[in-house]
Design a protein around this ligand. Structure first.
Ligand code: BG6
Length: 489
C-alpha cells in the first residue's frame, strides 16, 4: 500500500492533546512505516513560538516512544509553527501561503488534514474561514478532524454541525471518538461476527445482561472549567459509552463498509428507550466524589478542585441502565458505569449469559456460575470466557474456570495507540471509526432528557469516596433487577 501524503494542520498545537497524543502518534506512524517522508505538520496556536521551539516541544513529547534518538531531528524537521489568531482573516492568508510552500517541498499533492484540537467555541469560525480564505481550495483532498466535545447538547451540536456543513461535506468531516480507535473496541465486531459460537447466542434468548465499566483514577485535573459544565454524562456517556453499546448491539452489517456499519449503529441508537423526568431515577444514578485517598495519597473532594463550584451538582460518576427496544434486545439491560477518582483505571465489558434450564450440579452451597464473556479494553487487552468445569476430587460439582486470551501480552506491549490508528484512517479516507452526524444527534437526544431531569433535581446526587468503587446506589440499580456488577480481574 502506498504511503498517504498530506500536510496536517493542528489547531491547538501547544495544547495538551497535541503533546500527549498527536505528536507521539504521528511519530509512531513514521517509525512503523505507515507514512513516509511526504508529510508535514503545521502547528497553529495563539502563542508566538519559533519553529525551533516548536520542534523542541515535539521532540520532548516523543521521548518515551523513541527507539533511535538520531531519527528525532529528521522527524521534527517536518514540523512548522504558525502563530495564529482564529478570528483574523490575514492569519488564514498567511497560513495559506505556508501550506502552498509545504505542498511543494514535501510533495503532498494538495492533501490537507485540518485537525481542530482546541476550544470548541472556535470550531465554526475556523471552518468558515478556511473556506472563505481558500485554504480548502486545492487539487488534493481536504478533511476536517473534530475533537470532542461536539456541542454540549443537541441544539448546540446542530448549530455546530450546520456551520461545518456549510464548508465541508459529511464525508470530509471526521468526528473523533477516540474509543473507536482502541484495539479492543475494534475487536468487538470481530469477536461477534467471526465466531460461530457467539453470534447465534447474541440476543435476548441467551444473554441476560451486558455490563460496560469505564473507571478512572484521575480527577478533573486542570479541566474544572470544562468539566463543571459537562460532567460524566456528557463527557463519557454521550460518546464513548453509547458507542460501545452500539457496537455490542448492532445487527451484522451486510458488509464491512463504513456506511453499512454506521447505519446499523444508528438503528441501535434509534431504539434506545428514552428516559424521562418521572422515571430517570429508575434508570440512572449520578454521583460525585468527596475527599479520600488513592495509592496512599489523600485527594480533595470534587467540590474543592480548582474552577469547581463549592456547591457543584456536577456528576463525576454515572451508572445507568440502557434498554434497547428492538427484537434482538427486548428485555436485556445494558448497564453502564463510568466515573473519576475510582480505585482503578479500567475499561471492561462483561456479557452475562442466561442460566442453563436446570442445574444438575447444585452443591447446596452455591448456584452454578453463569457463563461470562469479558472483553478487556484497557489497560489489559484481551478476552476471558468463564465456563464451568468439574471440580477436582470427589463428587460431581461444577466450578468456574477461565479461558484467557491476552492481546497485549502476545503481540508485544506496542499495540498501536488509538490516535495513531485514527490519524492514519483519516489520511487514507476511511471514516469507519469516526462518528457520523446521525449518531451524534441521536446520542445527544438520549442524553439530553437525562440531564434535563437532573437539572430539575429529579434525582439525588450520590456521594462516593475518592478511591472507592463508586456509590452504593450504582449497586442498587442492578440489585433491583436481581443482578450485580461483576468484578472480573
Ligand atoms: C475523554 C474525556 O474523552 O476520555 C476524559 O474527556 C477521560 O475526561 C478520557 O479521562 C478517558 O479516555 P481513556 O482513553 O483514558 O479511557
Amino acid at each position: 500500500e502506498q504511503h498517504p501524503k498530506a500536510v496536517i494542520v493542528i489547531f491547538g498545537a501547544t495544547g495538551d492533546l497535541a503533546k500527549r497524543k498527536l505528536f507521539p502518534s504521528i511519530y509512531r506512524l513514521v517509525r512503523n512505516n505507515k507514512i513516509g517522508k511526504e508529510f508535514a505538520v503545521v502547528g497553529v496556536g495563539r502563542r508566538p513560538l519559533t519553529n525551533e521551539e516548536f520542534r523542541h516541544n515535539v521532540q520532548e513529547s516523543i521521548q518515551s516512544s523513541i527507539e533511535d534518538s538520531t531519527e528525532t531531528d529528521e522527524f521534527s524537521s517536518h514540523f512548522y509553527y504558525h502563530p495564529f489568531d482564529v478570528t483574523n482573516p490575514s492569519s488564514y492568508n498567511e497560513l495559506k501561503t505556508v501550506l502552498h510552500e509545504l505542498d511543494n517541498s514535501y510533495n503532498t499533492e494538495g492533501n490537507r488534514m485540518f485537525y481542530l484540537a482546541m476550544a470548541p467555541e472556535f470550531f465554526g469560525t475556523i471552518a468558515s474561514n478556511l473556506k472563505k480564505e481558500g485554504l480548502t481550495d486545492t487539487k488534493g483532498w481536504s478533511r476536517l478532524v473534530i475533537e470532542k466535545p461536539f456541542g454540549h447538547d443537541l441544539p448546540s451540536a446542530q448549530t455546530l454541525n450546520q456551520e461545518l456543513r456549510e464548508v465541508f461535506n459529511e464525508d470530509q468531516i471526521y468526528r473523533i471518538d477516540h474509543y473507536l480507535g482502541k484495539e479492543m473496541v475494534q475487536n468487538i465486531e470481530v469477536i461477534r461476527f467471526a465466531n460461530a459460537i457467539f453470534e447465534p447466542l447474541w440476543n435476548n434468548r441467551y444473554i441476560s445482561n451486558i455490563q460496560i465499566t469505564s473507571s478512572e483514577v484521575l480527577g478533573v485535573e486542570d479541566r474544572g472549567r470544562y468539566y463543571e459544565h459537562s460532567g460524566a454524562l456528557r463527557d463519557m456517556v454521550q460518546n464513548h459509552m453509547l458507542q460501545m453499546v452500539a457496537l455490542l448491539a448492532m445487527e451484522p452489517p451486510i458488509k464491512l463498509a463504513t456506511d453499512e456499519i454506521r447505519s446499523e449503529k444508528v438503528k441501535v441508537l434509534r431504539a434506545l428507550r428514552p428516559v424521562n423526568e418521572e422515571n430517570v431515577s429508575d434508570y440512572f444514578v449520578r454521583g460525585q466524589y468527596y475527599s479520600g485517598s488513592l495509592f496512599n495519597k489523600s485527594v480533595p473532594a470534587y467540590r474543592e478542585e480548582s474552577n469547581v463550584d463549592e456547591q457543584s451538582m456536577t456528576e463525576t460518576y454515572v451508572a445507568g441502565k440502557v434498554m434497547i427496544d428492538n427484537f434482538r434486545w427486548a428485555g436485556v439491560p445494558f448497564y453502564i458505569r463510568t466515573g473519576k477518582r475510582l480505585k482503578e483505571k479500567s475499561t471492561k465489558i462483561v456479557i452475562q449469559f442466561k442460566d442453563i434450564p436446570m442445574n444438575l450440579y447444585y452443591n447446596r452451597k452455591e448456584d452454578l456460575a453463569p457463563n461470562l464473556l469479558v472483553i478487556h479494553i484497557q489497560p489489559d487487552e484481551g478476552i476471558t470466557l468463564q465456563l464451568n468445569a468439574k471440580k477436582t476430587g470427589s463428587g460431581v460439582y461444577g466450578k468456574p474456570i477461565e479461558l484467557d486470551y491476552c492481546n497485549n501480552c502476545l503481540d508485544g506491549i506496542n499495540t498501536p495507540e488509538a490516535y495513531e490508528k485514527l490519524i492514519y484512517d483519516c489520511m487514507r479516507g476511511d471514516a469507519t471509526n469516526f462518528t457520523h452526524w446521525d449518531e451524534v444527534a441521536l446520542s445527544w437526544s438520549y442524553v439530553d432528557t437525562i440531564s434535563h431531569a437532573w437539572k430539575k433535581e429529579k434525582a439525588e446526587l450520590a456521594f462516593y469516596r475518592a478511591g472507592s468503587a463508586g456509590p452504593k446506589e450504582a449497586d442498587e440499580l442492578l440489585e433491583r433487577d436481581s443482578f450485580h456488577w461483576w468484578h472480573v480481574g
